[in-house]
Structures are given as C-alpha cells and as structure tokens.
Design a binder for this molecule. Structure first.
Ligand code: ABU
Length: 385
C-alpha cells in the first residue's frame, strides 16, 4: 500500500533504481550558472543555529565588535526572539519561491549545540542556514565542500537525506577530502585587528588559512557556464582551488579573482554574476581583474550603498548582503524589500525585482544567495567569456 499522498511521486530506493553503466538517467541536479530558469532550490533553516566559539578562524573572519558575543555565548543558540523573526522571514521567502513556481527543499533539523571531538579538536556546530556555503552544484554534480571552520565540520549531516535522494535519482555526488582542521590549517600569527596588516597579507595572497591541506567554501565560487570564478579567501585556499581545477578537468576554466578586501570570505557579496555577461560589483572591494570582463563585453554594475540600519546585529557579515541576491531567471531577481537603491538599479537594468523581507535573516550572515543552493536550473553548458 502506498504511503504517499495522491499525486506525490515516490522517489525510488537505490535498490529499485536501474543503474545503467555510464548512466543514462536525467539527473535531478543540474545547474550551470546563476541565472537560468530555476526549478528546484534548497533553502536553509534557522532551527538549531548555534553561536560559534571565538576560535582563531572565527576571530579572523568576524568584526571585533562581535567577539565578546562569541566569547560569552559560544555553544548556545542564537537569541530566540531574533531567530523567531528570521524564521518568519525565511518561511515567507519559501512561500514566495513556491508561488513563483520553484520547488523548495529544506535541510534536516539538527542540534548544532552538541559538542563533538575529533582527534584534532573539540567544537560545537553552527547551523544549516546557508546551503550556499557548503553545497556547490556544477552541472549534474553536487559537492559537499570541505569548509574551514571547525564549527562547520559536521554541517553536511543536515543535507545528507537530500543528497542521498538526489544520488538515488541519478545525480553525481562528490565529497572532496575532508580537512583535518588541526592547528596547522590556521596561521597562528595572523593579525586579528590591524586592517593595514591584513591588506598587506591579502596582497601577498596570505590569509588565516594556510596551505596545510585543501579547504574551500562553496560560496567562494561563482558559476558562469564553462567559466568558474573563485577567490582565495579566509576559508578557501589555493590547494582547495587546485583540487577543484583538477577534479573538473579541461571542460571548465577556473579563474582566480582577487579584490581589495582585507577579509574575503564568500564571493557573493563582492562579485555577484547575475546574468550572461552581467555582474554586480562591490565598490568597497574593487576587483583586480575587471578588465578581463570589460574586454569580454560584460556589463559591470556597481552596487549602491546598502541601507541596513546600524542597530541590526550582523554577527557574521558586512552590510553588503544587499547585493547578495538570487536570480529566478534572467529577469526576476529576489532582493530585500527595503533595499531601495539596489532595487532601482535592477529596474534600470531591465530586471523585475521580487521584494522579500530578509532583515533579521541577514543577521546570521547571508542574503538570498547564501540562504539557498539552486539544485536545478533549465539550461545547458555555455561559454560567456
Ligand atoms: N557570507 C557572505 C558574507 C559576505 C560579506 O559580508 O561580505
């Protein structure tokens, strides 16, 4: 007897799946860029979101104004009233996506406040709020990325049910070598407060993570078909980028971009490619390779200043989440409803803004792009450079 409601299709178990050598199934995972028509997406959740402890890598990646908060409350849930408001916004975001015809999937609820130990360290977890940080879709392959924060070591557990479902239905599922995250992965002498020192080190390609082993966050990659752009950041090292380059092979060009940014962590509030030959840039973090895009005839649109109020806690990000938007296709752009200056920019560019409240959800460190991972977009692998 079927346990599924009428009309709901059962996902076949692996044992029932006909696996043809070489594979001829249509993969449920398929996305080549950031703007093809969106069919299915994972949206993160606030449940279980836990304040990270003030470890070396957290200190290097966050504003010093928040350090006492991490020091005092690390290992406890983020403030419940704030989470409640953020949760309301995320549920509304999911409803809007569904109304726009997108299938919305969610990670499992996990208790991230549980302490764990590996042979190299002890930590509590973080959250399943930002699928973009951990999951990367390139074509029909979904990567569970080897992130650099100790509090994110087990984050993949929230997504395993979904990943197994996608795998059973034909997707390629890859987990690159998991970092040990022993002390050698972090430069213990990395300057924490002096911005000038950080600028100097960034210019030398040095950040808090060393080259002890590969590590990368998915959100440091930006996809434009055969061209994939990535930044060396506080959480993505050159070994990680090289791992990806060798893994993907000659079908893809991996371009390493750099920016005047003393604290890079995730490219999508710095350089957000939102259409074929259309990129939103951050005026406070100029790109050193911009001429490459100009020469290719791209439209480069500078993001206006964000309007996020000063009294909103941004525990793990800058205000530039205003440009961290999500494309539903080449026209429709999901943007925070109060960010009038960037809304006007999108209108001037001929786009249709879909205005969604996201203020409290911003506090956890991400905008619409970070809070999601597009699993399937209708389109083919093209070259845009
Ligand atoms: N996780 C995205 C944060 C990026 C930024 O504040 O620039």
């Amino acid at each position: 007897k079927s346990t599924f409601a009428p009309g709901v299709k059962k996902v076949p178990d692996f044992a029932e799946t006909k696996v043809v050598p070489g594979g001829n199934q249509k993969s449920p995972v398929s996305s080549h860029n950031e703007w093809d028509p969106l069919e299915e997406i994972i949206v993160g959740r606030v449940e279980g979101a836990t304040i990270p402890s003030l470890t070396h890598e957290v200190k290097a990646n966050t504003n010093h104004k928040n350090w006492s908060f991490f020091e005092k409350y690390g290992g406890q849930l983020f403030p419940s009233q704030h989470l409640h408001k953020a949760s309301g916004e995320i549920e509304e975001f999911c409803r809007i996506l569904s109304n726009e015809g997108v299938i919305v999937r969610r990670p499992e609820i996990v208790d991230f406040s549980r302490e764990y130990s590996t042979p190299d360290f002890t930590s509590t977890g973080l959250y399943a709020a930002m699928p973009r940080d951990i999951l990367l879709v390139i074509g029909e392959e979904i990567f569970e990325c080897p992130m650099a924060w100790r509090s994110r070591f087990f984050e993949y557990r929230a997504y395993r049910k979904l990943l197994k479902e996608y795998f059973r239905a034909g997707a390629k599922w890859t987990s690159p070598p998991k970092p040990q995250m022993s002390d050698e992965l972090y430069d213990q002498s990395y300057p924490m407060t002096c911005v000038e020192d950080r600028h100097r080190l960034a210019a030398e390609g040095k950040f808090v993570t060393t080259e002890f082993e590969p590590c990368f966050d998915a959100a440091d990659f930006m996809r434009a078909g055969r061209d994939i752009f990535v930044q060396r950041s506080q959480v993505t090292n050159m070994m990680g980028i090289e791992w990806m380059r060798r893994h993907l092979g000659p079908e893809y060009n991996i371009h390493v971009l750099s920016f005047s940014d003393p604290n890079p962590m995730h490219i999508d509030a710095t350089f957000n490619i939102i259409g074929p030959g259309l990129v939103i840039t951050n005026p406070e973090r100029p790109c050193h390779q911009l001429s490459m895009f100009r020469n290719a005839g791209w439209t480069i649109a500078e993001a206006p200043l964000p309007t996020i109020p000063d009294d909103l806690p941004l525990w793990m990000s800058s205000k530039w989440l205003s440009m961290n938007v999500l494309m539903l296709d080449q026209k429709r752009v999901v943007v925070e409803k109060n960010e009038t200056p960037i809304i006007k920019l999108f209108e001037r560019l001929g786009l249709t803004p879909i205005k969604v409240p996201m203020k409290y959800a911003f506090s956890l460190g991400g905008g619409f792009h970070c809070w999601t991972c597009d699993v399937r977009r209708r389109g083919t692998l093209e070259s845009y450079m």
